[in-house]
Every structure is written in structure tokens, then in C-alpha cells.
Design a protein around this ligand. Structure first.
Ligand SMILES: Nc1ncnc2c1ncn2[C@@H]1O[C@H](COP(=O)(O)OP(=O)(O)OP(=O)(O)O)[C@@H](O)[C@H]1O
Length: 328
């Protein structure tokens, strides 16, 4: 499937530039600093996965980006324009934020698209034509005239995506794009996101499914208690923050002296000729030193997954709840 859904934006201006965003809510249990100085940038053709535990501040950040929540501090620029000051800036954004809630159930998919396209400033004919194209590209060509309520959940999700794309926005915001989808539809959705990026779309997606982030994102930003705690390509994050597993195969079984040294280092020795250690390169070299003069015949290294990296980054000694920080 070749899905050229968006125009290629060739500009040195980042599609999204959010700087120093802050938001404090006053809830029933007092004030909560939901977002504390978050800055994000996304260029054309880039997918950024925004990760964090429940209540970390993802939705609040995304809502500030698309003008639904006013930041207390900080700035958002979409292709250089401020969505709080210019409605044109919001034309640069397409969003699928709360599942399929923006769909009209009693309208057909093409009617939904036509209506939404017109709201977004397209002439009726153009909205209709583009709607047909999108439905065909998303595999909903045979559902054009059915009531939206009769579509499956995955089809409704695709329709919500089509609606977000109808006016060719350079920035696409996707909240949990694969949530509730079956395996096949989830794979199709991930493929679509990559194809959109290839066509020049900048994409910000939030997800709790870390395999989605790992497969789809060029960069990952992790937020905890309203603050960014890490940002970078998934592979760079896993290499930098999380330890890997090394399995060492030995030529001969280890003697008792070496086995004791390994115990002191906390290294498992499950079989006479096999060592398993979880840690960074420093521990690896400590172990290599400790087992001398034993001969190592093979070393296998498993990289940490993004899930392990994520868990390590959001781990807290005093409070494992992961909610945004309360104002003291
Ligand atoms: N309208 C609101 N009024 C008061 N507090 C709010 C409001 N919206 C969010 N919060 C609080 O702000 C914090 C951040 O919430 P937010 O919805 O941004 O988190 P999230 O990372 O999107 O979480 P989740 O993964 O559960 O969707 C939470 O403590 C939440 O309770």
C-alpha cells in the first residue's frame, strides 16, 4: 500500500516546537503540577513517541500543543505559528485524541469526512474527493456508504485517522493509535504511521505499548511526573540507560575460588560452564577479570528492551505511583 497522504514539508523550521511548557491544575486534592517545563521538537518526516506512566502529563502536553489547554508558561509553535494566537496554526494539526469520539455515528464515513473537511476549511468538492481517496487508501473503500456505527472498531479508528488527515496537516497527533485493535489492524496502523512519516508527516504519538514505540518511532520522549526524563532514538536510549544481559560460555567448569568471586559480584552461575550476568560493560569487565585464567569460548549479549529502559527510568524509590508531582 502506498499511502501518500500528506504533502512533503520541505522547510528548515521544525513542524512542532514546544518550549518550556508548564501546566498546573487545581484538583479536589489541591493543586497538581501536571506538566513542568516540557520542550519537544519534531521535524517533517519524524515520528516521536511520547511515553510515560498514567498521570505523567502526556495528554495535558498534547492538549497544550493542539490548543485545547492553555499553558501557564511556555510556547508552542507549529510551523513557526502560535496556535493560541493564530487559527491558521491549528490548520497545520490533525489529531486523533480521544479514540473515535469525533465521529458522527449516524453519518456515513464519506459524510463524516466531507463535513470535517469543510470545518477545516476545504471546499465541499475537495473534501469529498479527498475523503474518497483516503477511504480507498485506508482500505475502507467498500464502507463508504455504510453508517459509521456499523463499522468495526478498527475501521472506526481508521476513519478517525482519515478525518485527522483530511486537510493535509503537517503535524499529526495520535493518542494510543493501536489501542483496542486486533493484531492485523495494529500492524496495519503501525505501517501507516511509518508511511505517513515517509511522505513527510511529522507525527507525535502517545502510547503505553512500548513495542509500538520501538517499532514506529524515530525518537522517544519519556515523561515522568510532568518532566521529561529521557529523549532520543529508541536504540540510543536502551543502550544508554538500561543494562543488558551477557551470557558467557566457558571452556572448562569454574573452580571453587572463582565461583566464590562470582558470588561476591552477584553473578549467576547456573551451569558449570555458563555464566549469566545482567549489567553494564563495567560489570562485564569485572567478571572477565574475576574468572581469569578461565577461557571464555563464547559471549552472547542481549540488548535491553525499551520496556526495561522505560521501567528503569520511571522507577522511583519513594513513590511508585508515577502521578504528576503535587505542589508543595
Ligand atoms: N482537568 C484536570 N483537572 C485537574 N487535574 C487534572 C486535569 N487533567 C489532568 N489532571 C491531572 O494532571 C496530571 C497529568 O494528567 P494527564 O492526563 O496529562 O496524564 P497522562 O500522562 O496523559 O496519563 P494517562 O496515561 O493516564 O492518560 C494527573 O495528575 C491528572 O490527575
Amino acid at each position: 500500500m502506498n499511502i501518500m497522504l500528506s504533502p512533503v514539508v520541505s522547510s528548515s523550521t521544525p513542524v512542532l516546537q514546544a518550549t518550556g511548557l508548564r501546566k498546573r491544575y487545581v484538583g479536589k486534592q489541591g493543586p497538581v503540577e501536571a506538566v513542568r517545563g516540557v520542550s519537544l521538537q519534531i521535524d517533517a518526516g519524524e515520528v516521536l513517541a511520547f511515553l510515560g506512566p498514567n498521570g505523567a502529563g502526556k495528554t495535558t502536553t498534547v492538549k497544550m500543543i493542539c490548543g485545547l489547554v492553555l499553558p501557564d508558561e511556555g510556547e508552542v509553535r507549529i510551523l513557526g505559528e502560535n496556535p493560541m494566537q493564530s487559527s491558521r496554526a491549528l490548520r497545520h494539526v490533525g489529531a486523533v485524541l480521544e479514540g473515535n469520539r469525533n465521529l458522527y455515528w449516524h453519518l456515513t464515513p464519506i459524510e463524516n469526512l466531507e463535513y470535517y473537511g469543510m470545518i477545516r476549511g476545504l471546499p465541499r468538492r475537495e473534501a469529498r474527493q479527498r475523503g474518497w481517496e483516503l477511504l480507498a487508501q485506508l482500505g475502507l473503500g467498500d464502507k463508504v456508504r455504510e453508517k459509521t456505527q456499523s463499522l468495526s472498531r478498527g475501521m472506526q479508528q481508521k476513519l478517525a485517522l482519515a478525518m485527522a488527515l483530511i486537510h493535509r496537516p503537517p503535524l499529526l497527533l495520535l493518542d494510543e493509535p493501536t489501542l483496542g485493535l486486533d493484531v492485523e489492524s495494529a500492524i496495519a496502523m503501525k505501517r501507516m504511521v511509518r508511511e505517513l512519516a515517509r511522505a513527510g508527516q511529522a507525527v507525535l504519538l502517545t502510547t503505553h505499548q512500548l513495542d509500538v514505540a520501538e517499532e514506529v518511532a524515530d525518537r522517544v520522549a519519556i515523561i515522568r511526573r510532568g518532566e521529561l526524563v529521557a529523549e532520543g532514538p529508541p536504540a540510543a536510549l536502551t543502550a544508554r540507560f538500561a543494562a543488558g544481559t551477557y551470557v558467557l560460555e566457558l571452556a572448562q567448569p569454574l573452580d571453587a575460588v572463582i565461583a566464590r568471586r562470582l558470588e561476591e559480584l552477584g553473578v549467576a552461575h547456573p551451569e558449570p560452564r555458563k555464566l549469566t550476568l545482567r549489567g553494564d560493560a563495567q560489570l562485564f569487565w569485572q567478571v572477565m577479570e574475576a574468572i581469569r585464567p578461565a577461557e571464555v569460548v563464547a559471549v552472547q549479549r542481549d540488548r535491553a528492551t525499551l520496556t526495561e529502559t522505560f521501567l528503569q527510568l520511571i522507577k522511583e524509590e519513594s513513590d511508585a505511583s508515577g502521578t504528576a508531582a503535587a505542589v508543595r
